[in-house]
Design a protein around this ligand. Sequence first.
Ligand code: AMP
Ligand code: ZN
Ligand code: ZN
Length: 396
Amino acid sequence: MTHKLVLLILMAVQLLLAGSKDEYLILISWDGCRWDYLNRGLTPNIQNLIESGVKAESLQPVFPSKTFPNHYSIVTGLYPENHKIVFNNFIDPRTEEGYRRGKNDSSIYEDKWYGGETLWMTAKRQHVKSACMFWPGSETYEKSPDYFRPYDHYLSHQKRIDQIIDWLEMDEEKRPHFLTLYFADADDAGHKYGPDSAELNNTLMRLDSTLGVLLFRLKKIGLYDKTNIMMVSDHGMTQIYEENSIDLTAALQGINYKRNGNDPVLTFFVEGEQRQELYTRLKKMEKGFKTFRKSDIPDRLHFKSSNLIGDIVVMADPGYYFYNPNWKAGKGAHGFDNALPDMQGIFVARGPAFKQNYKTGPVKNIDIYPLMCKVLDLQPNSSIDGRLERVSDVLR
Ligand code: AMP
Ligand code: ZN
Ligand code: ZN
């Protein structure tokens, strides 16, 4: 046999073995669940998972610490500058076409916005089925998982759990082995009432009891012992003070610009001499925010090499927000520097792939994609920012 043929046979065997494990992975996101919410003694079902599984001190989001960039980094292992979902909403300044997640906007279905390879695409390549009970980036025409539900903010917890169980009860050849499950409740309550409110604490208890229902039902259908559960959040939350409003109207007066970004990170596309003019004006009025030329954005933020990021960038300090006449700031916000303690999320995992009663330090959310590939026995996409070796200590 020639060398080439041996190599081919080896590759074929590897492909056949990939994803052949009789195990499941459910990736659960509690949007906006700050790392320390789990220390409040309100989440006994998560506590059970922690005691029989793994807990990281925190899960570090990518910058900006917003919902879409982060959920998409978790499933691609890429920084936003590389996966292209740099904000929750944005325009392509060359074409002026927009990516918006609003109810009556179909742009989130358009494949062209999404870079990288999601875990469900990796799985599909290796003949493993996936299903998303909501996940930013899962609702697309071509790059979607085998099964998904279009986003409905108001779908009850019960119906979300029913859907997960229905998928897991499908015939084996149709059944997904990778599933996602998403809840916006902790983010909603954090924005509206603040991270230290009684309403937020009640929300945590409600989310935890839903988790209890899921675990109970997995046991009932006999799949609990074969299921790896990974609980994550996309970012944390910090208190916002109404008086800390930043009004950029004067700085933008007479400047011809296009804007990308969502509070607390705004970026401006400005041509010619006006670019320096805007930079100088913003620099002069800096209070409660910082101004950068795109080329001067700190490297640690990995937020530079995308043409969706404007030439001049302003970032609010925690507690501050940019005034917008069409929008009222809540009591809590996120999106700030991803190194801030309040922006850190959660990571808890339990199941046959994970160590028991094991604690580890902070985990970066870009490392979750290679970790999930390992758990599912899948060959990961080779060009990613995440690294398995930084997080593999959690595995059995
Ligand atoms: P943020 O503005 O970063 O706090 O985003 C949180 C919000 O994103 C949630 O309250 C949802 O309304 C929205 N969202 C989350 N997942 C999806 C999705 N798959 N499709 C559309 N909107 C979503
Ligand atoms: Zn979020
Ligand atoms: Zn939010």
